[in-house]
Design a protein around this ligand. Structure first.
Ligand SMILES: [Zn+2]
Length: 168
């Protein structure tokens, strides 16, 4: 059985006892979380979130890319979220690479030029959190009264630690 088949089988079991219908679209806890796609992070569990509670936006590194800003603008302006958390994590894969390395690898493996893609790697975990908090804050389309705070999640302990200077 492929992984896809196994997942579809899991979903049939899930849907058979699903009892969360009828929830409103706006997040009940009025919060949006930006974090990394890393498979070791389970933000709903480590933050105690239930279905319907929060917007959780994930990408490689948990970076505040243009598309994340798009989602956060929708989140606040159309769906009423009023607090944002940015969560990066220990042992992140984005700490281990550079744009040049990825560009060269892609050129070698695909023959296509990816040099205009910024993969948003970083070398300093706390600085990347501060950069992304600042980038969200600087969007003119995100209300200034929304607190944006930044944290590092430890993949070995499950604990979140606030990042100094990452609260605006
Ligand atoms: Zn990561």
């Amino acid at each position: 059985m492929s992984t896809t088949d196994a997942l579809l089988q899991n979903n049939r079991r899930y849907a058979a006892t699903f009892d969360q219908s009828g929830k409103p679209m706006p997040p009940a806890r009025n919060v949006a979380i930006l974090t990394c796609m890393d498979a070791r992070l389970h933000p709903e569990r480590f933050l105690g979130l239930e279905i319907g509670d929060a917007h959780v936006i994930r990408n490689a590194g948990g970076r505040a890319s243009d598309d994340v800003l798009r989602s956060l603008i929708i989140s606040s302006q159309l769906l009423g979220t009023r607090e944002y958390l940015v969560i990066h994590h220990s042992d992140c894969g984005m700490l281990t690479l550079s744009n040049d390395e990825v560009h060269n690898k892609l050129a070698a493996e695909t023959g296509a030029d990816a040099s205009d893609i910024d993969f948003l790697p970083f070398s300093d975990l706390e600085e990347s959190v501060r950069d992304d908090v600042r980038r969200i804050r600087q969007s003119p389309f995100i209300p200034a009264n929304i607190p944006v705070t930044g944290y590092i999640y430890d993949v070995d302990t499950g604990a979140l630690t606030p990042v100094d200077g990452a609260a605006v």
